[in-house]
Design a protein around this ligand. Sequence first.
Ligand SMILES: Nc1ncnc2c1ncn2[C@@H]1O[C@H](COP(=O)(O)OP(=O)(O)OP(=O)(O)O)[C@@H](O)[C@H]1O
Length: 317
Amino acid sequence: MNPLLEVDGLVVDYGRARALDGADLRVAAGQTVGVVGESGSGKSTLGAAIGRLLPRQARVEAGEVRVAGERVLALRPAELRRLRRSRLGFVFQDPIASLDPTMRVGRQLRLVLGRTGRDDVAAQLARVGLDADRVASAYPHQLSGGMAQRVAIALAMAASPELLVADEPTASLDAQVREKVLDVVFALAAGAGTSIVWLSHDLPAVARRCDRVAVMYGGRVVESGPAAAVLGAPAHPYTAALAASAPAAAPPGVRLRPVPGRPPVLTGPSPGCAFEPRCPFAEERCAVERPAPVRVGEQDALCHRAADLTGELEVVA
Ligand SMILES: Nc1ncnc2c1ncn2[C@@H]1O[C@H](COP(=O)(O)OP(=O)(O)OP(=O)(O)O)[C@@H](O)[C@H]1O
């Protein structure tokens, strides 16, 4: 059976800047996948490309995105709208910006529900922990950030999509509200059998909630696999460095080691492995040969040395 989402060799440029440099991702029905990586690694671009929601200045240079076998980048506008409505949901970082400021919350929900033949605004709001009496007649700007994000989640999940793309949905929220909002997202998705692609900086949170992890670096997914395997026994040196620098991975009192060096700024295809300048294990070929995926244990890694480094990459547990 085909996976629900297949991204193959996706290359996206913004003018001279290369945001995706051959990104691959697979998501099966019902899976929850955390996509992690430093700022600028291409997470948002990958998420937007899944629904062909890239900004105008973005150019897809190569690659393919398929949702349930449909070639997203080749669809005609009407087919694309149908695909987004019937199979995809999106939640973004800034909830207020994703709601219509001129329309009361109840009306926005009714519009989405109308398309599904249902009109149960109060029930939809209750599912995300909101009281319809208080919220349905409000305009978005009258809501707190946490409430607005719950409304955005209700809208994204109203049609029970097969895939929810959540781009840092809690980045603008307080720490306490953050966990509750994530609880809502994951509970609704589990109930509806919806797959989640969660783009996040928060490795420990991803480790707690996701079945699988995809690690991005320099516009590619450099390692992917079951969360426990990727984070517990990384196959790529970058994953090991990232896991060691994540706050929850370190015992209290231990100084965190940020990944030394700076992420790459690409203006074209990386000639070799983009992590090579920062990699303690790099060899000559790493600078000049692009790594192809290799299977190590349960994960796939883009690293020339992944097989011989097995067991050598330590994580501060
Ligand atoms: N609209 C844009 N115009 C020009 N360059 C862009 C645009 N959006 C992203 N980029 C560039 O593309 C690269 C990837 O950005 P992207 O936002 O996809 O990464 P990210 O991993 O989501 O980062 P963050 O975690 O900071 O959101 C970066 O170098 C970024 O500067």
